[in-house]
Design a protein around this ligand. Structure first.
Ligand code: HEM
Length: 524
């Protein structure tokens, strides 16, 4: 063997041993600190518990294990010999992470590169307190209640356009037909964020740009819910370096951001330059452009804020609305009662009336957002050692009661939003769709999360969803408009909740068709 070859071989071996020692050491330390945290049985040697999580309907596996182990804090075995993953539904521990120490728990190596590819290096991606606060302060006024008050009429405009298009579609089909409702409501939510944030008309969510954006998103989501989707997540969780490989599953994520940048974002900037744009003083685009002109943000950041807000501002609300209509189809008595309230109110309720004058619409909204959170879980990694306080102590290996657990730096932590929002030990009949719960007694506050409405649907603390008030406005306006004009009926299919970046409904037996939520619609 010549010297060069020998040196290369030795270096490679030393590197491989070093990587192995680091991985092993990280695993050992994390296992040691989590030794008292209960773990369910049945892990596969290769896939740990992670594959089971992805095979069941969203949140189901965690709920079952937490019930079995009588604990809201558990650990699961990671796939491909990854160190154990901590799953935290305990309200005090979740509040500790999201409220008080959110900057010590950045997004994981699966989540952050995905956000960068899909939506851009904007607010949901940025880490570190200073940079995060800077971005948040830049965009927050555009989504504050005053901005929403002046944007309410535009949101009604988007909802009416959807209702008109749907009515036309039904008339072409003899007055009633089955539609995949997600695709329809997504047109309205895209139109609504276009109008509110950017003074932009997406042609009711049906023009060329809108169709391209919704099309690439659908392709990405279909791949995410296919068999390769969960595999890719497990591989990336274990080997983050795969994030830089030219894999198809990753490339289609990048297509979403690219489509927005090359289409609507360029068009907005072109029209701004020719002053052909209807910008409200405080709207998102106006704020971004003045920050760019003042030299406080680069062009790349400007473009990424546009892609982030167009997608985050439309897709999540569309999923939630689609599930709302599906629940109305499954629960005709709720639908009738909601329609009665909606038609008893004459005209279009203002932003403030929507908060107080339609109590049943409010209850239905909260119940759908509780049961079907559009982001079913959050995944974080501790950047330093920490001690997690617990509201519900766990019993250690020696039978001792532990009201806190130590966390190693680098520990992956999952906060299972769906499981937290629906836990029967907190909510009683937590898996049942029952809007009336919001008009009666709610679970005691100390058993619940400190997020909006005692849930974690919009996260909590300094990184709580910045668009949640707009999401609720869109949700109520579109649901109110649709329930006044259409009747929804169940089609009898069984739906399984999957995740591809966000919650995605899949029809059992028709998985190959990708995310769909079929509902029978007719004119009222
Ligand atoms: C029902 C609809 C929505 C749901 C359930 C939802 C949920 C969430 C959740 C759980 C997070 C935290 C994610 C994490 O930290 O890992 C988040 C963050 C975020 N959401 Fe939403 N969201 C919704 C609608 C919206 C809308 C309408 C917008 C914009 C107009 C928006 C923009 C954002 C942004 C920019 C962030 C990052 C905030 C930060 O890190 O400071 N979301 N959302």
């Amino acid at each position: 063997m010549n010297v060069e070859l020998w040196t290369t071989a030795s270096c490679t071996t030393i590197l491989a041993v070093a990587v192995f020692i680091c991985l092993f050491e990280g695993r050992r330390r994390s296992q040691e600190l989590l030794r008292d945290v209960p773990m369910p049985g049945g892990a596969s040697l290769l896939w740990g518990h992670e594959r089971m999580v992805s095979q069941m309907s969203v949140g189901e596996a965690y709920a079952q294990w937490m019930d079995q182990l009588h604990s809201q804090t558990i650990k699961i075995r990671g796939a491909l010999f990854k160190p154990d993953i901590l799953v935290v539904a305990d309200p005090l521990a979740a509040t500790h992470i999201m409220q008080r120490h959110v900057y010590d728990y950045p997004h994981s190596d699966v989540v952050r590169p995905r956000i960068a590819r899909l939506l851009g290096r904007s607010l949901g991606w940025v880490e570190g307190e200073t940079e995060h606060k800077r971005m948040r302060n830049l965009v927050a006024p555009s989504l504050a209640p005053d901005a929403l008050r002046s944007g309410t009429a535009d949101t009604y405009g988007a909802a009416e356009k959807l209702a008109d298009n749907l009515e036309m579609h039904l008339l072409e089909h003899g007055g009633s037909t089955v539609v995949s409702i997600v695709d329809w409501v997504n047109q309205a939510t895209l139109e609504a964020i276009g109008r509110l944030g950017f003074g932009h008309d997406f042609g009711g969510g049906r023009n060329g740009d809108a169709q391209k954006i919704l099309g690439v998103w659908r392709t990405m989501a279909a791949m995410g819910v296919s068999r390769v989707g969960p595999m890719a997540v497990m591989m990336l969780r274990r080997f983050p370096i795969f994030n830089s490989l030219p894999l198809k599953a990753l490339r289609v994520q990048g297509d979403v951001r690219k489509t927005i940048h090359e289409g609507v974002a360029k068009e907005l900037l072109r029209r701004n330059a020719s002053t052909d744009l209807r910008i409200r003083d405080n709207d998102l685009l106006a704020r971004l452009i003045s920050a760019h002109e003042a030299g406080s943000i680069e062009a790349d950041e400007l473009m990424d804020h546009i892609s982030m807000f167009i997608m985050a501002g439309s897709e999540t609300t569309a999923q939630s609305l689609a599930y709302a209509i599906w629940e109305l189809a499954l629960n005709p008595h709720v639908q009738t009662r909601l329609r009665e309230e909606a038609t008893a109110y004459h005209g279009s309720p203002s932003y403030d009336d929507l908060q107080t004058q339609l109590p049943y619409l409010d209850a239905v909204t909260r119940e759908v957002l509780r049961l079907h959170p559009a982001l079913p879980y959050m995944e974080r990694v501790s950047s330093k050692e920490d001690v997690l306080p617990l509201r519900h102590p766990i019993t250690g290996k020696q039978g001792q009661e532990l009201s806190s657990i130590p966390i190693a730096a680098g520990q992956t932590v999952i906060i299972p939003i769906t499981t937290i929002n629906t836990m029967c030990s907190v909510w009683g009949d937590g898996k049942k769709f029952r809007p009336d719960r919001w008009m009666g007694d709610l679970p005691p506050k100390d058993l619940c999360s400190t997020g909006w409405s005692r849930m974690l649907t919009f996260s909590d603390g300094p990184r709580i969803c910045i668009g949640y008030k707009f999401a609720i406005l869109q949700f109520k306006v579109i649901l109110l408009t649709l329930v006044r004009r259409f009747e929804f009926k169940d089609t009898g299919v069984r739906v399984i909740d999957k995740v591809a970046s966000s919650l995605q409904p899949v029809v059992q037996g028709q998985e190959e068709l990708g995310p769909r939520l079929p509902v029978h619609v007719s004119l009222c």
